[in-house]
Design a protein around this ligand. Structure first.
Ligand SMILES: [Fe+2]
Ligand SMILES: [Fe+2]
Length: 135
């Protein structure tokens, strides 16, 4: 299972967001590495915890930017953030309970979510933030 690599297609052009996304990808890769190396549930859970902690900080920064510019897509964007945190916390609870999880499914879920969210949701926010600078 390859790690998640940054490509220029993921750059939103808003420094605050792109800087955060680099850190996010580093944390995600710790989880992906633990998954692909067949590490114990506890280790995956700890890595997921680090990922969730930073993800929540990042989401809060994006959301305060949305509020600052009165972003029209704020509700839908915040809903996607909340949904992800809930899904990852549910998975973490399963791991912590000692359940056997489908590691490939978790790997695919996390990598697809981040890629799709950046490309389709964060990109729109970045565009609005850039436009707000010219007004
Ligand atoms: Fe976002
Ligand atoms: Fe983001």
């Amino acid at each position: 299972m390859p790690l998640f690599s940054w490509t220029s297609a993921l750059a939103t052009g808003v420094q605050l967001i792109d800087d955060d996304h680099h850190v996010l990808i580093d944390r995600l890769n710790v989880v992906l590495e633990a998954l692909s190396q067949g590490r114990a549930n506890a280790m995956i859970s700890t890595a997921l915890n680090d990922l969730v902690t930073y993800t929540q900080e990042h989401f809060a920064r994006e959301e305060s930017e949305m509020q600052r510019i009165n972003y029209s897509g704020i509700d839908a964007h915040k809903a996607e953030h909340a949904q992800l945190i809930k899904q990852v916390n549910d998975l973490k609870a399963q791991l912590d309970a000692g359940s056997k999880i489908d590691r490939m499914a978790l790997y695919n879920f996390l990598t697809r979510w981040l890629k799709n969210h950046i490309l389709h949701v964060d990109m729109k926010l970045a565009q609005a933030l850039r436009e707000s600078l010219t007004h």
